[in-house]
Ligand binder design. Structure first.
Ligand SMILES: Cc1ncc(COP(=O)(O)O)c(C=O)c1O
Length: 376
C-alpha cells in the first residue's frame, strides 16, 4: 500500500511510512489561518515588521503572547519576561552560547530528545544522563549527583516528554527549581508539548519558576501551530533577558523573526491560536487512541504506557536490538527511531519511539503492520 505525500515532502523515499517523524501532518498545517492573518498584517499599512526587529521581540506580539499564556498557564505572565526566538532549538543554542563554555558539564534526562544532544555536542559540552521514572526526572538522583559534580546547565522536558511521553510531577518541579537556585545551575525546561495534553491538564509549567533567576522555559509554535514559521519564545527573569538582549547575534541581526511574530500576533489576537490548538488536540487524541489499539493488536510484545499528550509512544521490545530492527524496517518501507538515539550513555537499545503526529490512522495501521512483519 502506498500513500500520496505532498511533493514538498522531499526527505522520504516514495512509499516509506516513517513512524519516527515528529512533524505535524501536512493537513494540520494552518494554511488558511496564516493567509488571513498575513492579509490583516499587510492591511495595517505599517511596514515596521519588515524592518530589523527589537532585540527582545516585538512588544505587541509579546503582549498578545503573554495574554495567551496567562490564560493557558493560569497565572499572570509578564510580556517583559518573554524573549522571542526562532524556535526552541535556536533558544537553546543561544543559551549554550551565552551561558556555557566548551568542556562544561551539563545534565540531561535519560532518555532525552535526541536532536538536542547534537546542539550540546556543537558547544563541546560534556553530558551526563540522569535517571527518570514514570514521574519524570528522579530528583533524588540529581541531588546525589550534585554532591559530587556541579553542572552548568540541566536540560529537562517536563511535560509529555520526547520521547517517553512522561510528565514531571508538580512536587518535583518545585524541588528542581529550588535546586537550581541552591546549586546555581541554569535549569532549562523545554516545554514545547505543554499545551498538547489530550486528557487532563499537566502541572504548572516550569515557566512558573522563571522569576527565581535560574529557570528558563523554552517554548515554540512548532508543535502548536507551524514549524516552518521558525518562531518560539523563552521565559526568564529580567537579568537573564538583559544578557540575551545584549548578545552580539542580536546586535548585528536584530530581534529574531519580526515578520513571523507580526503575523502570529494577528493569529493570537483573533483567537486563532487557541482554536488551532483545540483542533490539533482533537485530532491527536484520536490518533493516539488508534495507535494504542493498533499496537496492542499488532505488536503485543511491546511494553509501554500510553502517553497522555505530546506526539510519541515510547515502547520497549525486550530482547530486540532496535537499531537492527530499523534496518529491517526500512527494507519494508517503514521507519522508526531506535531508543539508543535518545540515550546520553549508549543505553536504551531495546526501546523505540513511534510517533502519531505525521500520519493519519490508515498509514499508522499500515506502518505498524509492516513493523510487525519484521518482528515475526
Ligand atoms: C522537546 C523538543 N524540543 C524542541 C523541538 C524543536 O523545536 P523548534 O522547532 O521550536 O526548534 C522539538 C521538536 O521535535 C522537541 O521535541
Amino acid at each position: 500500500m502506498t500513500f500520496p505525500l505532498p511533493v514538498t515532502q522531499i526527505n522520504l523515499p516514495p512509499g516509506m511510512i516513517d513512524l519516527g517523524l515528529g512533524d505535524p501532518s501536512f493537513d494540520l498545517l494552518p494554511l488558511d489561518r496564516l493567509r488571513r492573518a498575513a492579509a490583516d498584517c499587510f492591511a495595517r499599512r505599517d511596514p515596521a515588521f519588515l524592518q530589523y526587529g527589537l532585540e527582545q521581540g516585538n512588544a505587541y506580539f509579546r503582549a498578545a503572547l503573554a495574554d495567551f499564556l496567562s490564560r493557558g498557564y493560569g497565572f499572570p505572565v509578564d510580556p517583559d519576561s518573554l524573549f522571542v526566538t526562532s524556535g526552541a532549538s535556536a533558544g537553546l543554542d543561544l543559551l549554550c552560547t551565552l551561558f556555557t563554555r566548551p568542556g562544561d558539564l551539563i545534565f540531561v534526562e535519560e532518555p532525552t530528545y535526541f536532536l538536542v544532544l547534537r546542539i550540546f555536542a556543537d558547544h563541546g559540552l560534556n553530558i551526563l544522563s540522569l535517571e527518570t521514572d514514570s514521574d519524570g526526572l528522579v530528583v533524588e538522583a540529581l541531588e546525589e549527583r550534585l554532591k559530587e559534580a556541579r553542572p552548568r546547565l540541566v536540560y529537562v522536558i517536563p511535560t509529555f516528554q520526547n520521547p517517553s511521553g512522561r510528565t514531571l510531577s508538580a512536587e518535583r518541579r518545585a524541588r528542581l527549581a529550588d535546586l537550581a537556585a541552591e546549586y546555581d545551575f541554569l535549569l532549562v525546561a523545554d516545554e514545547v508539548y505543554h499545551f498538547l495534553g489530550y486528557h487532563r491538564l499537566p502541572p504548572r509549567p516550569l515557566a512558573a519558576y522563571a522569576g527565581n533567576g535560574r529557570v528558563v522555559s523554552l517554548n515554540s509554535f512548532s508543535k502548536i501551530f507551524a514549524p516552518g514559521l521558525r518562531l518560539g519564545w523563552l521565559q526568564a527573569e529580567a537579568g537573564l533577558i538583559r544578557r540575551l538582549v545584549g548578545c552580539g547575534l542580536l546586535d548585528s541581526g536584530g530581534g529574531m523573526n519580526p515578520f513571523a511574530s507580526a503575523v502570529v500576533r494577528e493569529v493570537i489576537e483573533g483567537g486563532g491560536l487557541a482554536a488551532n490548538i483545540e483542533e490539533l488536540r482533537a485530532v491527536y487524541r484520536q490518533r493516539l487512541a488508534f495507535m494504542d489499539a493498533a499496537l496492542r493488536r499488532l505488536l503485543p510484545a511491546a511494553e509501554y504506557t500510553p502517553p497522555e499528550g505530546g506526539f510519541f509512544f515510547w515502547a520497549r521490545l525486550p530482547g530486540v536490538d532496535a537499531v537492527a530492527l530499523r534496518q529491517q524496517a526500512r527494507a519494508r518501507q517503514v521507519d522508526i527511531r531506535p531508543g539508543a538515539l535518545f540515550s546520553g550513555r549508549g543505553g536504551l537499545g531495546d526501546y523505540l519511539r513511534l510517533s502519531f503526529s505525521f500520519y493519519a490512522e490508515p498509514e499508522i495501521e499500515a506502518g505498524l503492520r509492516r513493523l510487525a512483519e519484521c518482528l515475526a
